[in-house]
Design a protein around this ligand. Sequence first.
Ligand code: PRP
Ligand code: URA
Length: 225
Amino acid sequence: MMAFENYPTVHILDHPLIKHKITKLRDKTTKTSEFKMLVKEISVLEGYEALRNAETQMVEIETPIEKTTQPVVKRKSLCFVPILRAGLGMADGMLDLLPGCTCGHIGLYRDEVTKKPVEYYCKLPADISEKDVYLVDPMLATGGSAIDAVAQLIKHGAKKITFICIIAAPEGVEAFVKKYPNIPLYIGALDRCLNENAYICPGLGDCGDRTFGTTNGTTEDRPII
Ligand code: PRP
Ligand code: URA
């Protein structure tokens, strides 16, 4: 296995707040409403790091004291792309950082038997080739979904892509960097391995189900009537 810590495009975020919130996210007793909020908060923290080199432009404003020219992020040059479904929660966090940014959407699910991604939706801005694209999905397991989503972005003309996930398995990171050695990859936590069902260990279970409350079990919020 590669030593990702020293791989130039792989950024494993080492921050106590991110670790703290990911631990709460993993906990099987964390309910849907809190789970969603945590995904959003972690995405804000990861987005803060991933957008460190975002382009800025100078704008003229007036403070209560005087006119001045100050930097703002060039929002028009950015595009956030969640992989459906679970990526939607992360896009919410990115949009908290920069409301009004353009979003594309890529719909993929893993076939239950083959574990290969199945494409079902793709809507991207026409001028994607001019944008810095931030592809978001909480889970990088085998890497199949992220690799397929990047291929779709490239097919539509995207030139500058960054991938942000919350939990990654070493197998997925290795597959991703072998396929895309120049695409930056931001990871909240690098876990131990995949199990026989290609789930991340220790992981957090099925992220889409936990985000949208489609799991059978005790983690659902009690409906308010
Ligand atoms: C999850 C997750 C990723 C994918 C990761 O989605 O959100 O998209 O699995 O696995 P991979 O790296 O092995 O491809 P899922 O397929 O469960 O779809 P969902 O979000 O619609 O539930
Ligand atoms: N998808 C998930 O939601 N969780 C995993 O552990 C692997 C793939």
